[in-house]
Design a protein. Sequence first.
Length: 202
Amino acid sequence: MEQNEQIAKIFEKSKTLFIQEGVRNVTMEKIAKELGISKKTIYCNFENKADLVFQSVKYDIENLESQIEQLTKSAENAIHEMQIIGNFVSKSMEKFKSSRINELENFYPKAYFQIDKHRKIFVVEKIRKNVERGIIEDLYRKDLEKEKVVLFYLTATTALFDQKTISIENFTISELYISYLDYHLQGILNEKGRALYSKNKR
């Protein structure tokens, strides 16, 4: 097995275990056992567990951004682009637990910084460009203040992962995100955009 393939397998297995059992509860021994490799093999590629968590999160975010960029290339318009993003993000969140983000923030700050950077750079730029596109295509209101729209989107979606802010016992993050995305679009669409959006939702 090539080293890059082996590292990718370590990342994928680590992610699965982190989501299922909690980041702090998963040991290097557990990951090695699940993969059928020696603990030494993992330590040949990562300094310690904190390094593995950091590299795993970084790997996951890079893949996420790459997939979103690839998928949105086929978007017919700004509304379609947000629907593509919504479907992809929603599916990615299906098994996700907000407590895992809180774990990273409290115990693995270097890894959490990668998520924060993703939001403040990639997400912000993606939503800003989408708003600009929607206005040019005459689907979004022309009186929109772009930076406020971006700020509202970032604040709302970030809150979905913060158990300290809201209690989401009765809903999944995926369900809440799809509902918020609808709320987001309904607030920025003009009449032409709303008609197209309603047609596409049927």
